[in-house]
Design a protein around this ligand. Sequence first.
Ligand code: GLP
Length: 255
Amino acid sequence: METVSIWKRKEMKGMVICRAKDYKELSRKAANIISAQVIMKPDCVLGLATGSSPVGTYEQLIEWYKKGDLDFSKVSSINLDEYKGLDPENDQSYRYFMNTNFFNHVNIDKANTSVPNGLEPDADKACKDYDAIIEKSGGVDLQLLGLGHNGHIGFNEPCDIFPCGTHCVDLTPSTIEANKRFFESEADVPRQAYTMGIGSIMKAKKIVVVVSGEDKAEILKKVVCGPITPEVPASVLQLHPDVTIVADEAALSKM
Ligand code: GLP
């Protein structure tokens, strides 16, 4: 596996960039890291992500599960985010995404999988409840992340602080634009979402970020080489002690 370590400061461990030739290879490499986690700690807590980037990773994990190489029976999971106002049965909800793209195809106990409650209208309650779930889990062992075009992780949009815990966000026009492809029209994209905070994401023991495509090249460069700023939320990952960015050549084309 070709890797490049980026040493930021003496006291920091490296951020590892794992280069894949294309999306298929990227998905296999990311799935390899997750499988190693599940094999080494069968009752681990996985932090999971939605979006198109991790779909291939889930497909690869399902394939290895079906071959008998992986067992998710003791694994629990905590998802990053959910649209506010969407029912879990709504095919655009992130709960629905997780069920159809992953949970329904492996032997994970759905009772041990958590996604923020999009149907809770009281944002304070929804966020506190989710923080309690994260706390009770004992901490995420491995957090899988995608990367938004504006540098968001989960739904932590660019702003002037790094939010700590779960919070309710107003989605930016660029995120609504990017995500409208999954909905019938732009008007159908929810304007708000509940998301795990940057603080909770940073508490994960290990973080794996999957980034694919030339349209992510500019933001990936900023995330890895630019200043650490809440205007590029994922830039905070430079401060995490154990981050692996698995990216394809197109996403790495500007580095
Ligand atoms: C959404 C999700 C993020 C995801 C991002 C990028 O906004 N909330 O968790 O990382 O989209 O999605 P994609 O991988 O489809 O580019």
